[in-house]
Design a protein around this ligand. Structure first.
Ligand SMILES: [Ca+2]
Ligand SMILES: [Ca+2]
Ligand SMILES: [Ca+2]
Length: 100
């Protein structure tokens, strides 16, 4: 198992900030709909496959798109980096797994 450290070139660079995450995977541990509009507004993601969440994304205005991305690079429960937008990691538009 080799994990590519950081890809040499980000392809398709966008105008949004790209966050650095622990890994390149996107294992969604949880999607939640906290305002009950049927659209996911919280994503909890494991990017390196260790089963622990290290990426958190929030849709604060209810349009189904990520507005804030937080990365917990050392998995201590405290976000280490917070950026506007999806941080270059747009989630799939899937129904929430949890309705709050
Ligand atoms: Ca992880
Ligand atoms: Ca939004
Ligand atoms: Ca941390």
């Amino acid at each position: 198992m080799s994990q590519a450290p950081e890809s040499v070139t980000e392809q398709g660079s966008t105008d949004s900030e790209t966050v650095e995450t622990r890994g390149d995977e996107r294992v969604e541990l949880l999607r939640a709909d906290t305002n009950n509009d049927g659209k996911t507004d919280v994503w909890v993601v494991d990017t390196d496959g260790d089963g622990k969440a290290d990426l958190f994304q929030f849709d604060t205005d209810g349009d189904g798109k990520v507005d804030i991305t937080m990365v917990d690079i050392d998995e201590d429960g405290q976000p280490d980096e917070v950026v506007d937008g999806d941080g270059g990691l747009p989630p799939e538009q899937l129904p929430p797994t949890v309705q709050v």
